[in-house]
Write a protein of this length. Structure first.
Ligand code: SF4
Length: 70
């Protein structure tokens, strides 16, 4: 699911609510040895690094339909 957000607001809310939605917090993610998804899904849009600092106010958050809090 793709949601367009104000990146400054989203970053603040993400920190305040301790929102977990990236692969690194997912039960199906195996960091070792090769940072893979147990289901073989592409991860580029779901990794935490995608949501780093940016000067762009408008951003797109991409939620994985199979995310399971690990
Ligand atoms: S199920 Fe989705 S969120 Fe979980 S590791 Fe795979 S791609 Fe990432």
């Amino acid at each position: 699911m793709r949601v367009t957000v104000d990146s400054l607001v989203f970053t603040a809310e993400r920190q305040r609510l301790e929102l977990r939605f990236c692969c690194e917090s997912c039960a199906y993610f195996f960091a070792e040895p090769d940072a893979r998804c147990a289901h073989g899904w592409p991860q580029a849009e779901h990794r935490a690094a995608r949501y780093g600092a940016t000067d762009e106010r408008r951003a797109e958050v991409v939620f994985c339909k199979e995310f399971e809090l690990g």
